[in-house]
Design a protein around this ligand. Structure first.
Ligand code: PLP
Length: 294
């Protein structure tokens, strides 16, 4: 089941639409040019997580694209409507994990209002399985160097745009070569991010546990999950660090994970075919911290 709620000024709480029927115009610039932005949030027990962090990142993506956004309160009401509508479905268990997608496009060609909607659907079983079983990952060159974001803001490197065809092609490439997912590297050899996730690594030295992630200046999307995890991990006594990181540091790490809002923390079992020692105890410890994020 999929629920759609459009942000429509004529409806305070959003307009529920039939997800089995066409709902956007063929001339919508989101469809014809991928000109828009989105967010994906996890909802547990009918509650969306990290809503403010996602709304803040949506606003920052909108600024990068010069897009007008509906106000945050309108999003919150539309999210609530969509979750109510979903959980009112007859056979939905309260503990069903849901993906809540917020989408904004530049709107129909020639018009000046964006098209904006909330979409709620169950988290795919494959995503939940990867969280449990971990991932075989390939390192793939993204083709840009790690300073491109500053030099070329029109590439929209830190924005979550609808133009994810490249990201999805990278995942298909990995699957065609016997892997599950990807860690992009820059042309100057730095570790960047996954196509839909942030890279995390752990170092344990002389009893000191450090979590590291690539630095934002390398043109990656600021991960809301990584950021929230760093906050709770700090309170739990972890040291924190930011890149630049190179692939050798992934091989030398005491654990490597991909983290994102829907899949949460997925251990990387192998990198370019080489087994990594990511220990289940560290995955459990960090997953318990991730579970505290609300
Ligand atoms: C390119 C990219 N990097 C990182 C992330 C992780 O972000 P978050 O933790 O906010 O889901 C995502 C999420 O979809 C992503 O698409």
């Amino acid at each position: 089941m999929t629920v759609l709620v459009f942000l429509d000024p004529a409806y305070d709480d959003g307009r529920v639409a039939d997800a089995t029927q066409p709902q956007i115009m063929a001339t919508d610039l989101g469809a014809t040019r991928g000109d828009g932005i989105f967010e994906s949030l996890l909802a547990l027990n009918g509650e969306a997580r990290k809503v403010q962090a996602h709304l803040d990142r949506l606003a920052s993506s909108a600024r990068a694209l010069d897009l007008d956004l509906p106000p945050q309160e309108a999003w919150r009401r539309a999210i609530a409507t969509a979750l109510d509508e979903y959980t009112a479905g007859a056979d939905v268990l309260p503990e069903t994990e849901l993906t809540v997608k917020l989408v904004v496009t530049r709107g129909v060609e020639g018009a000046t209002t964006p098209t904006a909607w909330v979409q709620v659907a169950p988290v795919p079983e494959k995503t939940r399985r990867q969280r449990r079983d971990g991932l075989a990952v390939l390192l793939l060159d993204r083709g840009y160097d790690s300073t491109v974001a500053q030099r070329a803001p029109w590439l929209l490197m830190g924005a979550k745009t609808l133009s994810y065809a490249v990201n999805m092609a990278a995942v298909r490439y990995a699957q065609a070569h016997g892997a599950d997912d990807v860690i992009f590297t820059s042309s100057d050899g730095k570790v960047l991010e996954g196509p839909t996730s942030t890279v995390l690594l752990a170092r344990v030295r002389d009893g000191v546990k450090t979590l590291l992630t690539p630095q934002l200046e390398s043109g990656i999307l600021p991960g809301t999950s990584q950021s929230a995890l760093f906050e709770v991990a700090k309170s739990a006594g972890w040291e924190l660090g930011y890149g630049p990181l190179v692939p050798a540091e992934l091989y030398d790490a005491d654990g490597v994970w991909l983290i994102s809002s829907i899949r949460l923390l997925a251990p990387v079992n192998s990198l370019d075919g080489q087994q990594l020692p990511t220990p289940p105890e560290l995955t459990e410890e960090l997953s318990a911290l991730v579970a505290k994020i609300s």
